[in-house]
Design a protein around this ligand. Structure first.
Ligand code: URA
Length: 431
């Protein structure tokens, strides 16, 4: 089959299953050149794939490499995935919590791109932590300790790796069928039977409004269920940074705080996502029981013990629970200059861009990042604030970078003279 016909058919709005298999296989093995894949992706962006086509492409991408068979491991096999946000370190808390409840977690995570950070970068900021486990190592580790996470490799869903790199440079990331096939192909290849998807919504996420986030969540649930995964989606707020820390090692530190008794909005989100997953996995009868179980697993220290074992087993040479973590050389406090009042906005997108500019995120896939830099957000929407009170702490590698970050961060904040309600954490659930 000539690939130019596959492109032409996409422009006419229709590809057969065989053609979609050719897209996935051609991307994975390099037999279709990037310029033709780029043309197909742009055609798919303009003439979006139907539900049937998205399902066929998803399965073809999942089959483009190895698929981990988790037979022999304790059930249920669960994967939790976030579409990505600013300060989103929930996986570092929720995954060991779930593993401590007897759920097997095998997961492929991604690197951060643009303002949305990635779990791979956060875990790699822990010296020694390995994110290159082979499928065989993943399975063996999950059997031993209940949890294993790897980065994206040529082994699992290689079609996604190739297509995502082209989407990134051809402005075709923001297409719901392409996002759905990208996310779910990796979940299927990873071997999970239950998937909980945290669809982030707001200025710090791919989906900036609830309508688009709902469209994505519903498509994920529909296609995931069709592909045989029990799929659940939770739309959560990403209009302001999640928790206090944005930046890789800072986020690890905050995750450790929550695992060892920390409280607040980020902790509440971890409990809510864990509870949703515990119900989906049959570990609790309803949301109340699941919430109690999630809280108890955190407060008893069982989630922290699981995380310690996980980090050690996966190669960490530094004990993030006891050792002093490395820090950026410069710290600068940004104080409130807007008068007394209530915080009305902490724009997640501005904070995310500031962290990228500090070197804590990447503009391009090939950029290297500085794991130590970032921003601590000391105030959140609805908090009271006094003139001169600290709003942020910038962690930077140079004085100049820190000063530039301070100026940006002040544009993220607005303060109201009237009280402001706290925005809801969970905006909707599907599945
Ligand atoms: N996350 C993914 O894994 N793929 C996308 O296309 C977007 C977000």
């Amino acid at each position: 089959m000539e690939f130019r016909n596959v492109i032409r058919n996409r422009l006419d709005g229709k590809n057969s299953d065989e053609e979609l298999r050719l897209v996935a296989q051609g991307a994975a093995d390099g037999s279709v050149p990037d310029y033709q894949l780029s043309a197909w992706l742009m055609a798919a962006y303009c003439r979006p794939l139907s539900i049937d086509e998205t399902a066929a492409l998803t399965v073809a991408m999942a089959n483009s490499g190895q698929r981990i068979d988790l037979t022999g491991l304790p059930r249920p096999w669960v994967d939790k995935h976030s579409t990505g946000g600013v300060g989103d370190k929930t996986s570092l808390v929720v995954l060991p919590l779930l593993a401590a409840c007897g759920i097997t977690i095998v997961k492929m995570s991604g690197r951060g791109l643009g303002i949305t950070g990635g779990t791979v970068d956060k875990l790699e900021s822990i010296p020694g932590f390995r994110m290159d486990l082979t499928p065989e190592e993943m399975k063996a580790q999950a059997k031993e300790i209940g949890i294993a996470i790897t980065g994206q490799s040529q082994d699992l869903a290689p079609a996604d790796k190739a297509l995502y790199a082209i989407r990134d440079v051809t402005a075709t990331v923001d297409s719901i069928p392409l996002i759905v096939s990208s996310i779910l192909s990796k979940k299927i290849a990873g071997g999970a039977e239950i998937v909980v998807l945290d669809v982030k919504c707001g200025s710090g996420a791919f989906m900036t409004n609830l309508e688009r986030a709902s469209e994505l969540a519903q498509a994920l649930v529909l296609i995931g269920n069709r592909a045989g995964l029990s799929t659940h989606a939770v739309i959560t707020d990403m209009s302001q940074p999640l928790g206090r820390a944005v930046g890789n090692i800072l986020e690890v530190r905050e995750a450790v705080e929550i695992l060892t008794g920390g409280i607040g909005r980020f902790a509440e989100l971890c409990v809510a996502l864990a509870a949703h997953t515990l119900v989906a996995a049959g570990k609790a009868a309803d949301s109340d029981e699941a919430t109690r179980l999630a809280r108890e697993t955190l407060s008893s220290g069982r989630a922290a013990d699981e995380a310690k074992q996980w980090f050690r087993t996966q190669g960490a040479t530094l004990d993030v629970f006891n050792d002093r973590l490395p820090e950026a050389p410069i710290k600068l406090v940004v104080n409130n200059t807007f008068g007394n009042g209530w915080v009305e906005q902490v724009d997640a997108s501005v904070v995310g861009k500031t962290v990228v500019a500090l070197g804590g995120g990447r503009e391009n896939k090939s950029d290297t990042i500085d794991p130590l830099v970032g921003v601590e957000c000391l105030k959140h929407v609805a908090d009271t604030v006094q003139e001169g009170e600290p709003l942020f702490v910038v962690h930077a590698s140079t004085e100049k970078a820190a000063q530039a970050a301070c100026a940006n961060l002040l544009s993220a904040i607005s303060v109201s003279s009237r009280s402001v309600p706290e925005p809801p954490l969970i905006l909707n659930t599907y599945g």
